[in-house]
Ligand binder design. Structure first.
Ligand code: NAD
Length: 325
């Protein structure tokens, strides 16, 4: 079997084109979207991602703010930076890049986010809404993985709902920001869903499960974890992993996925490449969520005098604001 290679860059361009028009319409209403990123320390992937989204924001005319915190930043100071961005009317969406230094808890920063600016859906209220199937924002990486799958299925003449409802979807990796929301998105589509993590690997169960996948989504950060022997003929393989690997003999860094491309492509019906698969769509989806946040805040600010008049919105009531989603 020779796999169809799913072109994430083409889908990303289409999303980019539709966003350009949306940003212009918001600017015309005096509500220019704004994106803020927080990076702590010197992680290579975090800085590479920050540069990519900054470039995209600039291309699209989205206001951009970058907060680079020192590696030894105190948790309380990092929380205040989140608070400052929450209060900044030019900022519609906030992205907190991982990894954070060990003294700063992800949960503390996520809780400090204004849920209306939480474009990666990491605040507990937004996690809950997503899990209930009423997402305010869908986190960009799993959203990208399923956008790519939906489009591939449509373009290859299949009915996505029928395919999902008759498929085993196996998600390898169970992080809060990628694996878990990917499971939710697969369940929402009616798939039979199985979740594996590092314990599945240690116990020897992992490859038994990957071999039953009709659709396999891999997000572990382990280069080449999945080989051709670990999948069945006709699988659709979505490789979320982005792993910088230094070429021996040179200092050149190249990116590889969690899936061994040649051996899996030899058996798959369709496969995403790395780079050029999930990554480019993720970047644009983040900007898409920023634009959606700007729209949401515009509608809340329009409704605010009415809500305050009815005592439905008090200035410090985040839950009341969260309930507008
Ligand atoms: P993470 O470290 O937070 O989580 C990794 C998950 O993989 C955990 O659930 C862990 O138990 C599981 N795991 C680790 N080793 C395993 C093994 N041997 N077998 C089975 N499961 C194993 O990572 P993350 O943030 O979810 O990111 C995962 C990968 O996706 C990384 O390569 C990251 O760079 C990449 N990523 C890509 C995008 C994109 O846009 N394509 C965005 C975010 C993250």
């Amino acid at each position: 079997m020779s796999a169809h290679v799913i072109d994430g860059r083409r889908y990303a361009r289409d999303l980019h084109d539709s966003l350009t028009a949306e940003v212009s319409s918001l600017v015309a209403q005096g509500a220019r979207p704004g994106l803020a990123t927080i990076v702590a320390g010197d992680s290579y992937p975090a800085h590479a991602y920050e540069r990519r989204v900054r470039r995209l924001a600039e291309e699209l005319g989205v206001h951009y703010v970058r907060e680079h915190l020192p590696r030894d930043v105190a948790e309380a100071d990092a929380v205040s930076v989140v608070g400052k961005l929450d209060a900044d009317p030019r900022v519609s969406g906030i992205l907190i890049l991982r990894p954070l230094p060990p003294q700063v808890s992800e949960a503390a920063l996520y809780r400090a986010l204004d849920p209306l600016k939480d474009i990666e859906a990491v605040h507990p209220v937004n996690v809950g809404l997503l899990t209930l199937g009423r997402p305010r924002f869908v986190p960009s990486t799993p959203a990208a993985a399923f956008h790519l799958l939906d489009r591939y299925l449509l373009e290859s003449g299949q009915t996505p709902a029928a395919v999902y409802q008759s498929s085993n979807v196996v998600v390898v990796g169970r992080s809060a920001n990628v694996g878990k929301p990917a499971l939710t998105l697969a369940m929402e589509r009616g798939a039979t869903v199985l979740s594996c993590d590092v314990h599945s690997y240690s116990s020897g169960l992992l490859y038994r499960h990957t071999r039953i996948a009709d659709i396999l989504v891999v997000a572990t950060g382990v280069p080449g974890l999945i080989h051709g022997d670990h999948v069945k003929d006709g699988v659709i393989a979505v490789d979320v992993g982005i792993n910088p690997v230094v070429n021996p003999g040179t200092d050149q860094v190249r990116l590889v996925g969690d899936v061994d491309f040649p051996s899996v492509a030899a058996k798959a019906r369709a496969i995403t490449p790395v780079p050029g698969g999930v990554g480019p769509i993720t970047d644009v989806w983040l900007l898409r969520n920023t634009v959606a946040a700007a729209r949401l805040q515009l509608s809340v600010s329009t409704a605010r005098p009415l809500l305050e008049g009815l005592s439905l919105l008090t200035p410090d009531s985040q839950l009341a604001r969260a309930g507008t989603g």
